[in-house]
Design a protein around this ligand. Structure first.
Ligand SMILES: [Zn+2]
Length: 83
């Protein structure tokens, strides 16, 4: 699996695993690119878990977006209070 993965920064496939965290059905691997030193993560999981993973990712994105909106709203409020 790792042989075909490309570094998100430079596109090289010459990277290595610096840390891996196996769980019940997933493995989270920290990788480091040899040519450019970029650090990135990969997840390995069984095919049956794909919908769960996608849902998890989507909810993570939603919660990040919600958090970003809160920060923006708070900034707006602080600006109003300063005026
Ligand atoms: Zn790279």
């Amino acid at each position: 699996m790792s042989e075909g993965l490309k570094c998100p920064a430079c596109g090289s496939i010459r990277h290595y695993v610096t840390n891996s965290r196996p769980r019940e059905t997933t493995i989270h691997r920290r990788r480091k690119c040899r040519p450019c030193g970029e650090r990135f993560s990969t997840w390995e999981f069984t095919e049956a878990d794909v919908p769960t993973m996608q849902t998890g990712y989507r909810s993570m994105v939603e919660s990040m977006r919600a958090a970003a909106m809160k920060i923006v709203q708070r900034c707006d409020k602080e600006l109003e209070e300063q005026e």
